[in-house]
Design a protein around this ligand. Structure first.
Ligand code: UDP
Length: 321
């Protein structure tokens, strides 16, 4: 890759985006972060050009694309909570779909044609198969959030056909952990994700609510595939390398191929923190699929992705810093 040219990372102050940015910087790249700070963290003394702004702002995008030698875009910016998207779907369609269309229009206009899309396992919804591969049908998607990711993937396929955009869509399963020593944070407001919530409740000694204990799973709680955020970041970088080699646009699952139930994750957090977590059974959360576990074969064999955190315990321990 041409190290003199920059990578634009949207949502680069967010949880996954900041780890992706750091990973690219460590590989020697110039990174321009574009983030509106609706979420995310202040990136003080971060070795990137950090621009506060919206990836749906065509004037700002036109200025960025005509001022800097941007070779590719990694699109991590999005509204990301499946549960919140049930309450306010229009803001999800606006942030995740309409504004992404504006970003793509400006890319095409300025001849920036390489695009890595941070998609989500939420595209799969409720499925029968134990392991999900990229061929599983997407008609079962259960939340507006998941639908926005499906829509952008469809838009990307059309853009590839009509404008020569080359894209990789990464269907990221549940990211967790922190790159040790990075000073980065998982800082969602409100925080809705399982592992950071468990972490807080363990130390604050407040009850943790398990959303649904009547699922058709061995212990009745939902199952997810947890991928360390460092490994998710490396997958985004691998996707860029893949595009730089002029490979065809494609879609890859980024998951470990192993599922953990909510109750198993609770035990793992208790083990790492050495704190007992007080749990309460609660109703199912609207829009939650029962089980989402990746078949990561394609990412490992075609992208050459090699996750380094192979187990949940060591990944959770990364939260200790
Ligand atoms: N969950 C829970 N209690 C909470 C937060 C999450 O039981 O306070 C469950 C949630 O219902 C889901 C799993 O933890 O089954 C993972 O949820 P998270 O929000 O972390 O990720 P999602 O899979 O929804 O993207």
């Amino acid at each position: 890759m041409d190290l003199k040219k920059a990578i634009l990372v949207t949502g680069g102050a967010g949880y996954i985006g900041s780890h992706v940015s750091l990973y690219c910087i460590k590989k020697g790249h110039r990174v321009i972060i574009l983030d509106n700070y609706s979420q995310g963290q202040e990136l003080l003394s971060f070795p990137a050009l950090v621009i506060k702004g919206d990836y749906g702002d065509p004037v700002l995008l036109a200025t960025l694309f005509s001022t800097y030698a941007i070779q590719s875009v990694i699109h991590c910016g999005a509204s990301t909570h499946a549960a919140l998207s049930m309450a306010d779907p229009l803001s999800y369609y606006d942030n995740n779909v309409s504004k992404t269309v504006i970003l793509l229009q400006q890319m095409v206009k300025h001849n920036v044609l390489k695009f890595v899309f941070s998609s989500s396992c939420a595209v799969y919804g409720n499925q029968e198969s134990a392991l999900l591969n990229e061929e599983n049908p997407l008609r079962l998607v259960s939340s507006p959030y998941g639908k926005t990711k499906v829509m952008v993937e469809q838009i990307l396929a059309d853009c590839a056909h009509s404008y020569g955009i080359q894209f990789v869509s990464l269907r990221c399963f549940n990211a967790f952990g922190i790159e040790p020593g990075s000073g980065l944070k998982e800082n969602h407001i409100p925080e809705t994700h399982l592992i950071p919530l468990l972490w807080h409740t363990a130390y604050l000694k407040i009850p943790f609510y398990i959303f649904g204990t009547d699922y058709d799973t061995p212990d009745g709680t939902c199952i997810r595939d947890y991928v360390h955020v460092y490994d998710s970041a490396s997958a985004h970088y691998k996707a860029l390398e893949y595009l730089e080699k002029e490979n065809p646009s494609d879609i890859f699952n980024i998951g470990m191929g192993k599922g953990w139930s909510v109750k198993e994750v609770i035990k793992a957090v208790e083990l790492v923190t050495q704190q007992k977590i007080q749990t309460r059974d609660a109703l199912r959360r609207e829009g939650d699929p029962e089980r989402l576990v990746a078949d990561p074969f394609k990412a490992i064999h075609i992208l050459g992705w090699k996750p380094v955190y192979s187990d949940l315990i060591s990944g959770i321990a990364s939260l200790l810093g």
